[in-house]
Design a protein around this ligand. Structure first.
Ligand SMILES: NC(=O)c1ccc[n+]([C@@H]2O[C@H](COP(=O)([O-])OP(=O)(O)OC[C@H]3O[C@@H](n4cnc5c(N)ncnc54)[C@H](OP(=O)(O)O)[C@@H]3O)[C@@H](O)[C@H]2O)c1
Length: 267
């Protein structure tokens, strides 16, 4: 089946749809005939994305809300199911990047990163599980990161939040498999979005967002449980994972090209 046919007629809820990866997935899937529910905090941006989706001929809903707000995410579930009947795909994409060097570690940035990237992912996906189990169908996916496989320098908060997503999705996958519900974890390398519009460190093999959306869509349609891309960064990640700790500790700070002046901040 062509990838676009997989999405045709389905309904998807996507968090972080006001910008970057989430916005582009919504626009692409709308072009393919997928109804979309768009979640983020910046309502004006969401409305613009929704308008573009409607111009492609599909129903598009806007949910202004914060993924850290559990009740708000339950309302997203209620309203999306009421409007679409059934939500086939939920993408927990909303997230923040961040730098947090150990020498000047900021606990507020750490807490915020965990609230959005960890609790927010659970708040997004978990409300949809009962309806998916009832139907014996559905796809839950999160947009983690290749940075979730080892603790990257000056990124203790971001790296560990993304590692959590991988393990969280693996447990969901095992539990939900007998119910016909799929749980996937997507691990992108560097993608051209507002999150990577800075020069704090080198970003090899950075990829245009539309190419990224095509690869994510293919991975979902082909039911890839865990998907790492682009392939040169996947290879580098494997090499990283194989490095002994004494070598990793010396090589990674050099390879990452990070400036010594880096201060804690959300990206
Ligand atoms: N770009 C990359 O290179 C890259 C690589 C690996 C993984 N990722 C992951 O991909 C995901 C999307 O990132 P991106 O690159 O597309 O960044 P982006 O352009 O900055 O988009 C982030 C999105 O998340 C939303 N968001 C942030 N905090 C939120 C909250 N508390 N509640 C609801 N929505 C929230 C933002 O919307 P509002 O501000 O309007 O709420 C925005 O739509 C993130 O999880 C990121 O970690 C990105």
């Amino acid at each position: 089946m062509a990838v676009r046919d997989f999405f045709k007629g389905k309904a998807a809820v996507i968090t972080g749809a006001s910008s970057g990866i989430g916005k582009d997935l919504a626009l692409l899937w709308a072009q393919w005939g997928c109804r979309v529910g768009l979640v983020a905090r910046r309502e004006d941006l969401l409305e613009r994305v929704a308008e573009q989706c409607r111009e492609a001929g599909v129903d598009a809903m806007v949910f202004q809300g914060d993924v850290t707000d559990r009740e708000a995410m339950e309302r997203v579930r209620d309203q999306a199911i009421e409007r679409f009947g059934f939500v086939d795909i939920v993408v927990a994409n909303a997230g923040v990047g961040g730098l947090n060097p150990a020498s000047c570690f900021d606990l507020d940035i750490h807490r915020r990163t965990m609230e959005i990237n960890c609790v927010g992912v659970a708040n997004t996906l978990v409300p949809f599980i009962p309806s998916m189990i009832e139907k014996g169908d559905g796809i839950l996916t999160t947009v983690s990161s290749l940075s979730g496989f080892r603790g990257l320098p000056k990124a203790a908060s971001y790296s560990s939040s993304k590692a959590m997503q991988g393990i969280f999705m693996e447990s969901l996958r095992v539990d939900l498999r007998p119910h016909g519900v799929h749980a996937f974890c997507i691990h992108p390398g560097f993608i051209e979005t507002p999150m990577t519009e800075h020069d704090e460190f080198t970003m090899p093999f950075k990829m245009p967002v539309r190419r990224s959306s095509m690869l994510i869509s293919k991975a979902i349609a082909r039911r890839r449980r865990v998907y790492l891309y682009p392939w040169p960064m996947k290879l580098l990640t494997w090499v990283n994972m194989a490095l002994p700790r004494w070598l990793y500790d010396r090589v990674l700070p050099v390879l990452s090209g990070q400036k010594d002046t880096i201060k804690p901040r959300l990206l």
